[in-house]
Ligand binder design. Structure first.
Ligand SMILES: [Zn+2]
Length: 157
């Protein structure tokens, strides 16, 4: 099952149910450039049509499944699940003073990895990437600084 929702401003949301996963893809096109970011969540199979609501600047996506209703919040390009990590109590995280800002090395922690150079993040079975560029002619993924498409040779803006 798959659905599309046009948010206006060149932004749209695609929802797919693949097996027991819900895949949420955000697409935005801006001056001929397309950006996509995709996240997948284990929800189980859908038991109906998802619902999308706009709440101020956020988009609320509700996915009905056999076990429960999953709710996701989309703000700009980030998708968070409101179902799994609803905090019961606010928790204050201690701050410590920092003298010098160290350069950020690529990080790897268990099954989570983050690469700030290409803005990709993988966490368990969820992956997210930003700043990707796609050929406007054939839709192939191309290097962000490529001048021409490696698939069809189309000149990239
Ligand atoms: Zn192309």
């Amino acid at each position: 099952m798959a659905f599309q929702c046009d948010l206006g401003n060149g932004q749209s949301i695609y929802l797919h149910n693949q097996g027991d996963k819900t895949v949420i893809t955000l697409c935005s096109s801006n001056q001929g450039q397309q950006q996509r970011s995709s996240s997948s969540f284990i929800t189980g199979g859908w038991q109906g049509t998802p619902q999308i609501d706009r709440v101020n600047d956020a988009i609320r996506v509700k996915i009905p499944t056999a076990t429960q209703e999953y709710v996701f919040s989309i703000v700009h390009n980030s998708i968070t699940s409101l179902t799994d990590n609803e905090p019961a109590q606010p928790e204050t995280i201690p701050l410590s003073p920092l003298q010098n800002m160290p350069p950020m090395p690529p990080m790897k922690m268990g099954d989570m990895s983050m690469n700030l150079g290409s803005m990709t993040m993988t966490m368990g079975n969820m992956s997210m990437s930003m700043g990707e560029k796609y050929c406007s002619q054939c839709g192939a993924k191309v290097n962000t600084n490529a001048k021409f498409c490696s698939e069809c040779g189309h000149k990239l803006g």
